[in-house]
Design a protein. Structure first.
Length: 372
């Protein structure tokens, strides 16, 4: 079955120095070159372009991720200024563009792009030579130097933006900051510029207050690219029912994240990036499975009363790789196992297809522009 992944921060390959045109085992065993600002190991890499093709991952919401290193920020080692964040973000955007020029990927800028792309994937027996589709998004707003500059990002292919990531972002509070912080002074202007372009607001990685304030200003489409349910797992990185319902009420889609610490409350600990403890010490990989992921998918379906708003939002490699994923996930190809779990829980064929790819496909066919 085809898959659309609702969150793949592939742009981090620029910072991680990974050649994702290679088969996954070659990425994992590539000659080690010390990367700045991260301790992530290549050996647990979950996705590369050939591995996405092998796993029938036809498309993904692919992210540009850059965080300014503000004082006391949970994310360390980022740029000092908006201008430097802009330059770093444009470097990640260039990676997607060059892969498109090489025929490895296809940037899906319009609704016809995604219609044609998914038709090709569904009608082609072997996906080995097909380009992987990318809808492009900004995870956090630090690379936007002033609100009106979002037009430049839109022209470059960006269609989705989340106000925050981890820490206080340029235009509002992300997660890992406490849930009270809201939009910052330039935030409303940015949201209005996004609205004028018909862009999509991603409520993931954004504090509760920032999301609620944004919903009063932003009138366009919403999604939650990789977001789990606070009713099942405590902590500010998960979202409460009222925010999940707001996404559902606007016809949005909520992608279930694969990161272990977001998936179960069995650990009886709410980890925050403001703390010094290593999260893997408290949320071991072998204690979490895809059954836990499906718990969150099922919760969204029950909240909505149908299967039209739940999907996969893997945060693929954004959690550091396989070390932070469920025990039964080695690479992105293992997302296929979700279909079988849903079937065993009584979900019908069309409901399973909704979760695996139809919901994301339908959403972007509806909300991407008719022209580039």
């Amino acid at each position: 079955m085809l898959i659309i992944d609702g969150d793949y921060p592939m742009g981090l390959a620029v910072r991680l120095n990974r050649d994702l045109k290679l088969p996954i085992e070659e990425v994992r065993t590539a000659r080690r070159i010390k990367a700045r600002g991260t301790g992530w190991d290549d050996s647990g890499t979950m996705a590369s372009l050939p591995e996405m093709r092998r796993g029938k991952v036809a498309a993904a919401l692919a992210k540009v991720v850059v965080d300014i290193d503000y004082p006391n920020s949970p994310i360390q080692g980022g740029p000092r200024t908006r201008e430097l964040a802009y330059a770093a973000g444009m470097g990640q955007l260039a990676l997607y563009r060059v892969h498109e020029a090489q025929g490895e990927a296809k940037i899906l800028r319009t609704r016809n792009d995604i219609i044609d792309h998914m038709k090709t994937w569904s009608e082609t027996e072997s996906s080995d030579e097909l380009p992987v589709g990318f809808i492009l998004g900004l995870e956090g707003t630090d690379p936007i130097v002033w609100p009106e500059q979002v037009h430049e990002w839109y022209e470059g292919g960006i269609r989705v933006i989340s106000i925050g990531h981890y820490g206080v972002a340029t235009y509002g509070h992300g997660t890992g900051t406490g849930m009270e912080g809201g939009l910052l002074p330039e935030g409303p202007a940015l949201l209005r510029e996004m609205d004028s372009l018909g862009m999509i607001l991603d409520v993931t990685h954004t504090s509760d207050t920032t999301v609620r304030q944004s919903l009063d200003i932003f009138q366009g489409p919403l999604l939650a690219s990789h977001q789990n349910c606070r009713a099942l797992v405590p902590g500010e990185r998960q979202q409460p029912d009222d925010i999940l319902k707001a996404v559902i009420d606007r016809g949005g889609v909520i992608g279930a994240s694969m990161d272990t610490w977001m998936l179960t409350d069995r650990f009886e600990k709410d980890w925050s990036m403001q703390k010094e403890e290593a999260r893997r010490d408290y949320f071991p990989r072998d204690a979490v499975t895809l059954e836990d992921v499906v718990d969150h998918i099922d919760y969204v379906c029950q909240l909505a009363g149908n299967s039209l708003h739940a999907a996969i939002g893997g945060d693929t490699d954004g959690q550091g790789g396989a070390e932070g994923a469920p025990a039964d996930v080695d690479t992105i190809a293992d997302y296929q196992k979700i279909a079988g779990i849903l079937e065993r829980r009584g979900y019908g064929e069309s409901d399973v297809a909704n979760v695996m790819h139809h919901n994301w496909q339908r959403f972007f066919e509806t909300h991407l522009p008719s022209a580039g």
